[in-house]
Design a protein around this ligand. Sequence first.
Ligand code: SF4
Ligand code: SF4
Length: 340
Amino acid sequence: MANEFMARTVGFKPGERNVFFHLLTGCNLSCKHCYINPLQHGSNMLPLDTVKKWLKLFARPEQETHLILLGGEPTMHPDLAEIIRAAKSMRYAVTVDSNGYLFHDLLDKVTPKELDFLSFSLDGPEPAVNDPIRGDNVFATCTENLKKAVAKGFHTSLIYTVSALNIDHLHKMPALLEELGVQRFFIQVIGLRGKPAAGKPEKGDEWQVDPQHWLDVVPGVAREAAQKGIHVTFPKVFLDSEDIFQCAGRVSENFFIFPNGRVYQCPLCEDYSIHSYAVEQDELVKLDGLNENRFFSLDIPEGCVMNKLLQPDNIEYLDDGSPKHRISCCLLKQEVLPVK
Ligand code: SF4
Ligand code: SF4
């Protein structure tokens, strides 16, 4: 296997900043694995003026900062185009993560120069796999709008959330992405948050992918996509024995902002009222007390502390009581670079 097709771990870089901004929690879809939790995240849509003020709180024009605009479905925000322009004027690199419905004619209201990436979500290479997870007719709508975006010259990416329901169909994605003209492919693993965590899969559906199945399938599909010229990113999940564990909460800056003002540093904590910061009266306030940031400095043999506390079923132990694998930070990625 040529080295250029091998996955490499993308370590956290000093000074790395990512701002994940949920503008609203409303959505036109109700995907089975949706992690949005209005009780914890609010159910409001932030008005344009408020969004601009909050963007300023996190802007650092002298330092590269990635802004990912999220919902719910962010294109349901009627002022999304103006939000994108405001963010660009603050020198953010801007991505919009859409379910593919592209409300309010987004493609006609912004230009490819104003938006760094437009990301779409599919959970299957065909309607028979995708639509039972994401909803009737979603595959057709998403792929139609993706084609329109590519034809207009937007940089596009696609997110595929792997679960036991669709992992055996992942191998068909590289050909589809090549046909659609998608430049970046993000493979995610189903979380234990939201509906999956609450044990609500329907009709006996099993969500969790066992570690060996993940390792048998995902790196190979990533290499195949890279051979087709697509940049692929997927979570590391299990650390090898020589890997160093790092908690993103200690070594990089990540902010997950919700419309009720909660600001988390760790996405695993989002279902709990243990956020490090809050936006109060349009000011960013660091919160006292026993919050997520108090856990980031703990070193345990299992790797990620929050994973052990919130998702202990992920961890397997050997007979001597030591963990079989250390679990990486959920924000640690591997990538396979395109070769053409
Ligand atoms: S598109 Fe996203 S926000 Fe909407 S239901 Fe699906 S996962 Fe949830
Ligand atoms: S997922 Fe684990 S390692 Fe990553 S920021 Fe959260 S607590 Fe730290």
